[in-house]
Design a protein around this ligand. Structure first.
Ligand SMILES: [Zn+2]
Length: 211
């Protein structure tokens, strides 16, 4: 049996099992979606959003690309954010990177002439690596440099999302969270929580109103 055929057989099994567990499951799906989370993750096959968070169809609105990058000038990224925030009114946007990310590693290596699209796409990541060159070079191994840049990358995407007009103009604005998934134990590290950012913003507002 070829691979696509195997996937189709698995799909049949999944549909049967799902309806056996919950007879109303697919009827509910046809009524529309109401996800509370926009997930921006890496395309890496080892980091499937729903699987690693035990989510079901309907739980996550998902955008995945190489190295979980959010580019406000790219209609692909921006349209996902726009729809998630303005139509679905998600309360949370989670940027989830992962350790051992090939896209992040590529940003630390000379450009591969055979991958022009990837090179263009990760250009901002290369710039971020240059900004943090000294701190990254201080890391003992390539592996550690890649993992640190994966964290810095998530923080940078979070910063861009928090500054984005679509997010800022939303009422209420969704909280933006930065996570990194570890391939070696399957756990997620929170590098920045939307709740902390919210607290920080509240404190800043309070200081301003006192002043
Ligand atoms: Zn990756």
């Amino acid at each position: 049996m070829n691979r696509p055929k195997r996937l189709l057989v698995a799909n049949l099994a999944w549909a049967h099992e799902t309806v056996a567990r919950n007879p109303g499951f697919f009827r509910d799906l046809t009524r529309g979606q109401n996800p509370h989370v926009l997930w921006i993750g890496c395309s890496d096959s080892r980091v499937p959003a729903e699987t690693i968070t035990h989510c079901e169809p309907g739980d996550l609105f998902v955008h995945r690309n190489v190295a979980n990058l959010f580019d406000p000038d790219d209609d692909n990224s921006a349209s996902v954010l726009e729809y998630a925030v303005r139509v679905l009114k998600v309360g949370h946007v989670i940027v989830c990177g992962h350790y051992g990310c090939g896209g992040v590693r590529a940003a630390l290596l000379p450009p591969d002439p055979g991958l022009p699209h990837v090179n263009r796409r990760i250009a901002p990541l290369c710039a971020l690596a240059n900004t943090h060159r000294e701190a990254l070079d201080a890391r003992a191994s390539e592996h550690e440099r890649v993992d640190r840049l994966a964290e810095l990358n998530v923080l940078e995407q979070v910063r861009q999302l928090r500054a984005n007009p679509i997010v800022r103009q939303a009422e209420p604005a969704p909280l933006i969270h930065g996570w990194v998934f570890a391939l070696d134990d399957g756990r997620i590290k929170v590098v920045t929580s939307g709740y902390e950012a919210d607290d920080a913003m509240t404190c800043t507002t309070a200081v301003h109103s006192v002043a």
